[in-house]
Design a binder for this molecule. Structure first.
Ligand code: SF4
Length: 371
């Protein structure tokens, strides 16, 4: 069941509400619009005034309808409405925590791992997530990728045979028109050494209306396209989002979710179980659970590493292995991703290894010698 629509949009006809261009055109971007939709706290007002110029605020009416208008601790609100924590900048934080700009052979391409590139095709997103790792450039229209830059990116990939996997990112690639996306997919998949094209998108979460049959048809033509979504909380698991994911899956897309672990949003094992079970029902595999990066102005949302390990410990053995994502830290400075696991190996006595299982019981396992 859809939650009842807030009063502000109760009069909007269903077909208009479900039109993604209407949702885009009616995004909440200014303080008076936020004031009209939510009971803002004085802190939120101050945070908006101080932060919105450097990292814009944008909330689709759909995503706004998931926000509790009266509860400042609402987990959707934490992701979409600036909080005072955004204004705090610490020495250990970075503008570009993953050094993406340092590994750029041409503008708009980060080439860090040997066989993969990140290809930034647009800097627009329907909702600007307050925990965004790329807030240094996302939302800034002056840094957006023009067609010429996209052409240069495709040319770089074409002349670099080591690149087998291209992740379209941004911003949100599904903010492009169907025609532009079609062109990019067609050109990339015509390159002989490109095995795989992936799209990182939050549209199924923040603007599921964008997943239209016409878009699905574009993706179907180029299948398999791998689509990484970014669901963070069960409140985002609506019938609209389910419809969007199922349309993508029916079009032959391979779906995976990349959750970001956020304090006060999803740092609760039971909540992650609920979220991941719902995702699996929509044919979307929980893929990564990211430790929040060391980006500027998001430390108020970061959790200790032990929180992620506790969540993995709760998931493993207690629910399907398909529901257990990799808990990943993307190392600062471009060090790449590492995966963390709770300590299951408890000790070794010659060839005998002692393991702890998911219930805390100990088991001895005979290991064969090396060589
Ligand atoms: S959708 Fe992705 S790129 Fe856009 S603001 Fe959110 S986290 Fe950043």
């Amino acid at each position: 069941m859809n939650p009842p629509r807030p009063e502000r949009w109760a009069h909007v006809p269903e077909h208009t509400w479900n039109d993604w261009t209407w949702q885009q055109q009616n995004r909440l971007t200014r303080l008076p619009e936020l004031e009209a939709a939510f009971r803002l706290t004085p802190e939120e007002r101050r945070a908006f005034e101080a932060s919105a110029a450097s990292f814009r605020v944008s909330i689709t009416p759909y995503y706004a309808s998931l926000i509790d208008p009266d509860d400042p601790s609402c987990p959707i609100r934490q992701q979409a409405i600036p909080q005072l924590g955004e204004l705090e900048v610490f020495d250990f934080e970075h503008r570009d925590p993953l050094a993406e700009e340092q590994h750029m052979p041409v503008p708009g391409i980060t080439h860090r791992y040997p066989d993969r590139v990140l290809f930034y095709v647009i800097h627009h997103c329907p909702v600007y997530c307050r925990h965004c790792t790329r807030k240094r450039k996302v939302s800034d229209p002056t840094t957006a990728a023009a067609l010429r830059q996209i052409e240069e990116g495709i040319a770089y990939i074409a002349r670099t045979p080591a690149v087998r996997d291209v992740l379209l990112s941004g911003g949100d690639p599904l903010s492009l028109s169907d025609a532009r996306l079609d062109m990019i997919l067609e050109r990339l998949l015509a390159i002989e050494h490109v095995d795989l094209v992936r799209i990182g998108t939050r549209n199924p979460v923040t603007l599921p209306q964008r997943i239209t049959p016409a878009l699905a048809e574009v993706l179907r033509r180029h299948r398999p396209v791998y689509v990484h979504t970014h669901f963070n909380h069960p409140r985002e698991c609506t019938p609209e989002a389910a419809r969007a994911l199922n349309l993508l899956a029916d079009a032959g897309c391979v779906l995976g979710n990349q959750m970001v672990l956020l304090r006060g949003v999803n740092d609760d094992p039971e909540l992650v179980v609920t979220l991941n079970r719902w995702l699996l029902r929509q044919r979307c595999r929980p893929y990564y659970m990211f430790q929040c990066d060391m980006a500027q102005g998001i430390t108020h949302l970061r959790t200790p590493l032990s929180t992620g390990l506790k969540i993995i410990d709760r998931l493993r053995g207690h629910c399907s292995g398909m529901a257990v994502p990799h808990f990943v830290v993307d190392l600062p400075g471009g060090g790449g991703k590492i995966s963390l696991l709770p300590e299951y190996l408890q000790g070794r006595d010659g060839p005998w290894v002692t393991f702890r299982n998911y219930q805390g019981d100990l088991y001895r396992f005979y290991d064969v010698p090396e060589g």
